[in-house]
Design a binder for this molecule. Structure first.
Ligand SMILES: *Cc1c(COP(=O)(O)O)cnc(C)c1O
Length: 398
């Protein structure tokens, strides 16, 4: 079997195919350049790897189980495994990345951390690792989002972070991102900016994908042990910016026999005007510092996305996934709120696992496939549903 992974990974110029790069204001160039010059050297050092692995093991709780979901398997007529990222400390995969980045910040001699957050999940994962390392943490969050996501705001504060409201524009994620960028421009020497998904200017998408790639590395070993072969037939994952999916796909990219299924949030339907399904509705452009695919108007204004799940409510996808879509390597499916909530309740009843609503989008896509009985299917369960209790209650159909 030939390994073709390199054509799906970042090239020397910071591109995935024709996507990626670093489209940033000149004022930000020194910060991003410092990171670009150093990140590979830092993360490939033996000492770094040792500390990263140790923290993933003892602090995050890795390896996360690869669980054979027998009742779910029976329903869909295939052998279905769940990769249990929901069991990570803080309840989702995001912490894999923030652990990696806080160690990079430390290696670069940075004393302060900034981040932006929409729903607050990335903010909490960042505040967590700052507490762990004793670093100062400022999280920018839109004023509207702060009101919508009060529990996460309080979590960040308990963890010792300062949450700064972004009060311009729509007072949501994009405005928080602008504020964080401005902060970084003004504090280049002592501050590292932790981005929460495989988005942003090069080298962020590549760096975040590498930190999350531990997911597929574990899947390979676990499948070999359980099935006598390391390649599944399918890997399903939801895509907001795309970090959990990038991690779940990473070591299978070059194995073209492994089908990669990416699910995007279609909200109330792709033709309802209330959707976040980027590949179905978007086209090429520049978002958050990289060339990618995003939802935009004819004159290039970013379209406000909608999804019931805060983590998928993003108007683009990272360049990693834009290239997987463009090359046909991954198959993209649109999943509505209704389909996702139904799948989340189904998993709860069949397996005793209440998934994050984001992860339910990956589960819902199982409905769209005709499997063979010996197909091995891995669904990346990116997070747990505790944070979504309100959403389940409002949904009501359980
Ligand atoms: C944030 C989040 C996502 C979406 O982010 P990706 O970068 O696309 O992985 C998915 N699932 C959960 C549980 C999340 O918290």
């Amino acid at each position: 079997m030939t390994d073709t992974s390199s054509k799906y990974l970042v090239d020397e110029r910071g591109y995935f195919g024709k996507f990626g790069g670093a489209y940033i204001p000149e004022m930000l160039y020194p910060n991003v350049e410092e990171l670009r010059e150093n990140y590979l050297k830092i993360i490939n050092e033996h000492g770094f790897k040792e500390r990263f692995d140790q923290l993933l093991k003892d602090y995050v709780g890795r390896p996360t189980p690869l669980y054979h979901a027998a009742r779910l398997s029976e329903k869909y007529g295939a052998k279905i495994y769940l990769k249990r990222e929901d069991l990570c400390h803080t309840g989702a995969h995001k912490v894999n990345n923030t652990i990696g980045q806080i160690l990079v910040a430390e290696a670069l001699g940075k004393k302060k951390i900034i981040a932006e957050t929409g729903a607050g999940q990335h903010g909490v994962a960042t505040a967590t690792v700052c507490a762990l390392m004793g670093l100062e943490c400022i999280v920018y969050m839109g004023e509207v989002d702060m009101a919508r996501q009060k529990p996460n705001v309080e979590r960040m504060k308990i963890l010792g972070a300062e949450v700064r409201p972004a009060t311009s524009g729509s007072k949501t994620l994009k405005d928080a991102t602008n504020e964080a960028m401005r902060h970084w421009i003004n504090n280049p020497a002592d501050t590292h900016y932790i981005i929460g998904s495989v988005v942003g200017p090069h080298p962020y998408p590549d760096m975040v994908a590498r930190f999350q790639s531990v997911i597929s590395e574990e899947i390979k070993h676990q499948l070999l042990e359980k099935e006598g072969k390391s390649d599944p037939d399918y890997v399903f994952a939801c895509v907001g910016g795309g970090s959990n999916a990038a991690g779940a796909y990473y070591h299978f990219l070059g194995h073209e026999n492994v089908k990669l299924i990416a699910t995007e949030a279609a909200g109330l339907g792709n033709h309802s005007g209330k959707s976040a399904a980027t590949t179905a509705l978007g086209r090429e452009g520049v978002l958050h510092g990289s060339r990618t695919i995003l939802m935009q108007t004819d004159d290039g204004q970013v379209v406000e996305p909608y999804s019931i799940s805060a983590g998928l409510d993003y108007p683009g996808i990272g360049p990693f996934h834009a290239h997987l879509f463009d090359s046909g390597r991954a198959l993209f499916e649109s999943i509505t709120d209704e389909q996702a909530m139904t799948a989340g309740v189904l998993l709860s009843k069949l397996e005793g696992i209440i998934p994050a609503v984001e992860s339910s989008h990956a589960l819902a896509a199982l409905e769209n496939f005709q499997f063979k009985s010996d197909d091995i299917v891995v669904v990346n369960l990116s997070g747990r549903g505790d944070k979504d209790l309100e959403t389940y209650i409002k949904w009501g159909k359980y």
